[in-house]
Write a new protein. Sequence first.
Length: 276
Amino acid sequence: MAGTKNHPYHILPPSIWPFVGSMSALFLTGGGVLWMHDNPYGKFVTIAGLLGVLVTMYSWWADVVRESRAGDHTPIVQLHLRYGMILFIASEVMFFLAWFWAFFDNALFPSAVESVGAQWPPKGTEVLDPFGWPLLNTLILLCSGTTVTWAHHALINGDREGLKKGLLATIILGVVFTGIQAYEYAHAPFAFVIPSGGNIYGSTFMMATGFHGAHVLIGTIFLIVCYIRAVKGDFTPQKHFGFEAAAWYWHFVDVVWLFLFVCIYVWGSWGAPVHG
């Protein structure tokens, strides 16, 4: 019979959000380049692109939630959502690999130019004490990994109060981590860019740790959305991929931070004078 669905897949209706998201990303990145080159319109193009990305994220994922509530996420669709999240995290691994590569390339083969002095960290560079705020942030993220796992197990076992408490605890820990990192950046003894008194150490340090901080912020927003949905009664022990994806993402940022702490904060600053 014409129009009868005889397959387990969900055929999506036409959506404008892929186009809006693509154009917003173009405005965001293009505007950023213009802004960095002191173009008078760069700031406004960047802000417009950022707003477009945020609207796309909200609207597109709201559509996905509605599809789930309508029963469109069949087992085969849920499997493919998992494949998509795995590939996304794999792409994020390669993204951070690039920043680790940049750091290690300069650390293992320091330039002989005067500003570096053939040593790492470059001569005259004071570093952050890795066993101060960075160690505290490490413990905070490790604790957040346990609380999000607590929430996951509570959900699987039908304990909705445990789910909400675990999510709320993880969100609080994520906010505290972000606050400490912002404080750390504000008091860092090195700058991000060379014109402000920085060097290659400051640039690679802040690009790697800064992008991780951005991912923690995004992950926190991800968990806040899950918390709101949990309060509204979403998620069941059998069907909760939205929460599961958030938990995967959170564990990913946990693992990345461990590598950042060991490689950049501890090993990368070994032998340099500690600030303060």
